[in-house]
Design a protein around this ligand. Structure first.
Ligand code: FAD
Length: 464
């Protein structure tokens, strides 16, 4: 009898372990009860039964974003080509020399595009591609991020499984805080009608999604990514940034905001469109406005999506605004190309110009921005300025830099390099050099080495 009991217990043990490790974590315990703790980007995986895969799937545990190198091979059939980061110093950037090292695998040159949607973040390139995918029968459903309930505001993300074009329209506009987009994966797995899925999301969520892709039981998965940097940890943090940093009086009227190529934050409401130079923001507003996970992110470019939409590489005309300007379209593989072609054929997307170009040097500006960054100043114990520049001085600075500084693809290089260098210093200070090097994809390690070799300013900041 005892032996039978022991045998039963032994057989039941794996089932108990599986049941325990597959129990979703209650979101109210975020971030302390989540495996990546403060560095959890709340992608939503841990809020599903797929939590059992978290150690290999999470972008902030173990080898973290270092896994992107291998996943690139699996997803796109090859890794990005290595590039020299420092030597890309052409005054006018040759569009045919768009570095894969920075921007990830490219199956065609980066294009400029516009959508046709109103009430979108920009012109609705993302929403147009997603809606066309449903209309054209490429997919049965789309995962996108709507706004929270009836009483919620623009900053409150609510991931949904959209089964109609009307549902997809609920995803219009960026909700500027961490979104648990993968939270709906159990709903997807339980719905037999969903065989082909389009997932819209940011890099950290896409990395986790790619790691569990085989467990979803889908016939086909398409991934439409956005570029993403410096998201807010919570909707409230985004609203505090607008009030205390930008000086917005009525946050409830805000429909969206972005950090733009003219070195100004643009804020749109139903009735107004305002701009404030970055240099006028108080330094103290940055730290609470940026999720800690974003300081450990090395996938601004969303390397594992099939196609990526963003704005940082698209030239902004003088006086331009986000909802009238071009966006960049980065196609990484044939699935990405089929999504784009389908959206063009359905008149939901216009390609403006075959290739995105740019001008101006960016390296010195990137390392100077890192040195003056309040996240870095707090690591090296420097005083963070409580006030930004006076308005006039800030406007002059933004106008001068906007005129002389990097533009188009060169601005994207500036923005990307700055985030990689800043985040490298953050992860080293948090985790030490060994773990930092494991966590970073090869392109990011190479970039840090090239700046260390060539840039006096970065060497000084790194030493400090
Ligand atoms: P729309 O058609 O309005 O569609 C918006 C899409 O964003 C929808 O699919 C929706 O599901 C999704 N979405 C909304 N909120 C979230 C969220 N919190 N998390 C994940 N997905 C969400 N581009 C840059 O070049 N540089 C940046 O630094 C940058 N940061 C970004 C940060 C975030 C959190 C997001 C979501 C996007 C960011 N982008 C960035 C991309 C850019 O803001 C626009 O989203 C993109 O250009 C698409 O504009 P659109 O008009 O085509 O989008």
């Amino acid at each position: 009898y005892t032996s039978i009991c022991r045998l039963c217990a032994l057989l039941a043990l794996p089932l108990i372990v599986i049941a325990l490790t597959s129990t979703p974590i209650n979101p109210s315990g975020w971030p302390s009860r989540f495996p990546a703790k403060d560095h959890c980007s709340r992608c939503g995986l841990c809020e599903t039964t797929l939590v059992s895969h978290v150690t290999d799937a999470c972008a902030f545990l173990g080898d973290g974003m270092g896994r992107i190198d291998g996943l690139e091979d699996e997803v796109h059939g090859r890794r990005r080509e290595d590039d020299l980061f420092w030597s890309k110093n052409d005054k006018v950037i040759n569009p045919s020399k768009q570095d894969e090292g920075r921007f990830g695998v490219l199956s065609q040159p980066i294009a400029l595009a516009r959508g046709v949607e109103t009430e979108a973040q920009w012109t609705g390139v993302v929403t147009g591609i997603a809606a066309a995918a449903l209309e054209g029968g490429l997919v049965d459903a789309v995962v996108c991020v709507a706004s929270g309930g009836m009483d919620s505001d623009f900053a409150d993300p609510d991931p949904i499984v959209a089964r109609t074009v009307e549902d997809v329209m609920r995803g219009r506009g960026v909700k500027p805080s961490l979104s648990p987009s993968l939270r709906v994966l159990d709903e997807v797995r339980e719905d037999p009608a969903i065989r082909r899925l389009l997932f819209c999301g940011v890099g950290c969520a896409v990395q986790a999604l790619r790691s569990v892709e085989k467990d979803l039981g889908l016939e086909e998965l398409f991934v439409l990514g956005t570029n993403c940097a410096d998201n807010s940890p919570t909707p409230q943090a985004a609203k505090n940034f607008l009030e205390a940093g930008v000086g917005v009086d009525d946050v409830s009227a805000v429909k969206g905001y972005e950090f733009m190529q003219d070195f100004r934050v643009h804020v749109k409401t139903d009735s107004e469109y305002t701009k404030k130079p970055y240099f006028c923001l108080p330094g103290t507003v940055a730290a609470p406005s940026i999720a800690t996970s974003c300081l450990a992110c090395f996938d601004y470019m969303n390397s594992l999506a099939d196609v990526v939409v963003g704005y940082m590489g698209a030239p902004l005309p003088k006086g331009g605004r986000m909802d009238h300007a071009d966006q960049t379209l980065t196609v990484r593989n044939t699935k990405g190309a089929s999504l784009v072609d389908n959206a063009i054929a359905r008149n939901r997307l216009n390609i403006q110009n075959p290739v995105a170009g740019g001008s101006g040097k960016h390296e010195k500006l990137a390392s100077a921005t890192v040195a003056k960054d309040s996240v870095i100043m707090s690591i090296i114990d420097e005083n963070i300025p409580e006030k930004g520049m006076p308005r006039l001085a800030g406007e002059v600075m933004a106008t001068v830099l906007g005129g002389l500084g990097p533009k188009g693809v060169a601005f994207a290089r500036y923005s990307l390099d700055y985030h990689v260098l800043r985040n490298y210093l953050h992860v080293v200070s948090e985790w030490g050099e060994n773990r930092a090097n494991k966590h970073m994809p090869k392109y990011a390690r190479d970039m840090v080495e090239e700046y260390t070799l060539n840039d006096e300013q970065f060497r000084t900041t790194r030493k400090a």
